[in-house]
Design a protein around this ligand. Structure first.
Ligand SMILES: [Zn+2]
Length: 119
């Protein structure tokens, strides 16, 4: 009957383990999640404030090629309540390019407002 007590003790230890560790780990994960959410919000705001130039609606805003039978032009939101016509196959590259521009602009803005080491 001692084995029952042992198993109970192990179960309690197992339950107490993660609970005891959850404080700092959870705080760290929360801080990281909040940082990521803030970063995503900043990107979305930048994309809305910096829509791509209006392009010819008869050509793809990414590759500048016209619609073909095999490559339809589809309207994609540009972030400012307007849309641009992009081939379905070009959308991921178009979006990645826009997102990269946003990340570069945000990084440059951070560098501008960050502490100056040389000043
Ligand atoms: Zn295209």
């Amino acid at each position: 009957m001692n084995s029952g007590r042992l198993a109970e003790g192990k179960a309690l230890t197992a339950c107490a383990g993660p609970a005891a560790k959850s404080g700092p780990v959870t705080t760290g994960r929360l801080a990281e999640a909040e940082r990521q959410v803030a970063h995503e919000r900043a990107i979305v705001r930048w994309l809305a404030a910096n829509p791509p130039p209006v392009a010819d609606p008869n050509t793809c805003a990414h590759c500048r090629q016209p619609e073909t039978r095999d490559a339809a032009l589809l309207p994609f939101l540009a972030g400012d309540d307007t849309h641009r016509w992009v081939h379905g196959r070009c959308w991921s590259d178009w979006h990645r390019t826009r997102r990269l521009a946003a990340e570069r602009a945000l990084a440059a803005a951070r560098d501008d407002t960050g502490p100056r080491s040389a000043a």
